[in-house]
Ligand binder design. Structure first.
Ligand code: HEC
Ligand code: HEC
Ligand code: HEC
Length: 380
């Protein structure tokens, strides 16, 4: 009986002892894993901190301080971060994106970064994910007046002004027929053409967005709207100069007055001078005025241009235009000797096969005119 009692007591003591030991071990274990977690957290935050430095040295000029994008796309973009594994970022950053401004960064490809540096910068980019905003892709808005300009330049030669038809091609502005057919039918007819019947295949000539602009025009015609072609002042000036050189003063006057409808500021002032020269019969003077203006059009604002330059151009051309990845622009024989409209076209299109990618879709013509006004300040 007694023995049993003692045994029971021993059992209880044993149980209590093992609980104490177990508890001690648990305390030790928890302490250890907390220590490990803390160590790896420190490791991760040091990685991110080093990555931040790499980013500010090498990437900020093109991708922006908050990863909002600039010359390069936004990296702080919820969708991109969600859909891209670290391994993919790692390899893009190592080897760059061929034929774009995104250089290869790995020492293996002649860049400045070791694999550890690249892992650091990827960790830094990844750390944006929890707070990254959703970035809406740019949506294209079809525009009937752009469509009307395209139509005037491309289709009217056969289909007549405003689609009223000519001997060579049927009218396409008839509301009854327009209502009986759908946009998809027009889209397909314009893209495929009917080559055997004299209607060219436009799908290989016009971009999909240009076709959509024409569909917007057709939509407007269907609703009985009249659409003015969005003639650019650049085109009107070139036409007015051409008309005067051909001795066609009436056409020149018409083109100048059309240009005056949308011109503003200093440019409008010069156009008004040309108009009064024409009215006074000084055709030579008007030709000189209009030629000079045509060489400088569109007139930009150099102060606004300086800001655009700092964001979009200085990563490659240097903050003072001293050159870098891109050629020096301060001064630049090319800029000094080029007409403004040609420079606008050049900057929109870029130079194929070089890091000078076109800015079409990234900057408007007006913004490019501002940058050019700024670049002119650097020319002797
Ligand atoms: C001179 C400008 C420039 C610099 C500097 C630059 N990038 Fe880029 N980066 C670009 C461009 C442009 C693209 C888009 C390439 C393309 O058209 O696919 C790009 C693309 C990327 C992409 C792919 C994004 C996507 O949407 O697929 C990543 C990631 C990236 N860059 C990271 C970096 C990192 C990290 C650095 C610094 C180590 C860096 N870039 C420095 C211009 C640059
Ligand atoms: C070289 C002359 C030519 C040019 C330029 C041309 N077309 Fe046509 N197009 C034709 C001819 C001819 C037809 C009629 C074909 C037939 O008889 O089936 C036609 C037919 C069409 C039709 C079908 C009309 C209908 O109601 O059946 C559409 C729509 C059309 N063209 C749109 C355009 C647009 C938009 C452009 C400019 C991007 C354009 N065309 C430029 C010659 C031309
Ligand atoms: C990603 C780098 C990059 C960016 C950004 C860039 N450029 Fe360039 N640019 C170049 C390179 C490289 C060349 C030289 C191309 C060649 O080899 O012919 C160049 C050439 C030019 C030239 C012709 C110079 C000459 O003498 O032939 C002009 C003008 C120019 N860039 C203007 C601009 C403007 C304005 C911007 C900003 C809106 C801009 N660039 C942005 C890389 C860039």
């Amino acid at each position: 009986m007694r023995a049993k009692e003692n045994y029971d007591r021993l059992k209880i003591v044993g149980l209590v002892l093992s609980l104490i030991v177990l508890g001690g071990m648990a305390v030790y274990w928890f302490g250890e894993s907390a220590r490990l977690a803390e160590a790896s957290e420190t490791f991760a935050s040091e990685r991110i901190e080093r990555g931040h430095e790499v980013y500010m040295d090498q990437c900020v000029s093109c991708h922006g301080a908050e990863g909002e994008g600039g010359v390069g796309p936004a990296l702080n973009d919820k969708k991109l971060l969600k859909n891209t594994l670290n391994a993919v970022f790692f390899s893009i950053v190592r080897s760059g994106v061929p034929n774009t401004e995104m250089p290869a960064w790995s020492v293996d490809f002649g860049g400045p970064l070791t694999d550890e540096d690249v892992k650091d910068v990827v960790a830094f980019i990844r750390a944006w994910e929890p707070t990254a905003p959703e970035i809406e892709p740019v949506v294209f808005e079809p525009d009937a007046s752009r469509g009307a300009l395209l139509f005037a330049n491309t289709c009217a030669i056969c289909h007549g002004q405003n689609g009223m038809g000519t001997a060579d091609a049927p009218p396409i502005n008839n509301p009854t027929r327009l209502t009986s057919l759908e946009d998809d039918w027009y889209r397909a007819t314009i893209k495929n053409g009917r080559p055997a019947k004299g209607m060219p295949t436009w799908g290989t000539v016009l971009s999909p967005n240009q076709v959509e602009d024409i569909i917007a025009l057709i939509d407007a015609w269907r609703n009985g709207a009249e659409v003015e072609a969005a003639f650019s002042i650049t085109d009107l000036l070139a036409s007015a100069v051409f008309s005067l050189q051909e001795g066609d003063v009436d056409s020149a006057s018409l083109q100048v007055s059309r240009a005056l409808e949308s011109a503003e500021g200093a440019g409008a002032e010069v156009l008004r001078n040309a108009a009064s020269q024409l009215a006074a019969g000084d055709n030579k003077g008007a030709l000189a005025t209009l030629s000079a203006l045509a060489d400088q059009w569109p007139l930009g604002d150099s102060a606004a241009g300086g800001e655009i330059f700092a964001t979009y151009c200085s990563p490659c051309h240097g903050a003072q235009g001293e050159g870098g990845i891109g050629l020096p622009l301060n001064p630049s024989e090319f800029v000094a000797s080029s007409r403004t409209p040609d420079l606008v076209d050049f900057i929109l299109a870029g130079r194929e096969g070089t890091a000078m990618a076109g800015f079409d879709g990234r900057l408007t013509e007006a913004e490019i005119a501002d940058v050019i006004a700024f670049l002119r300040l650097w020319q002797p």
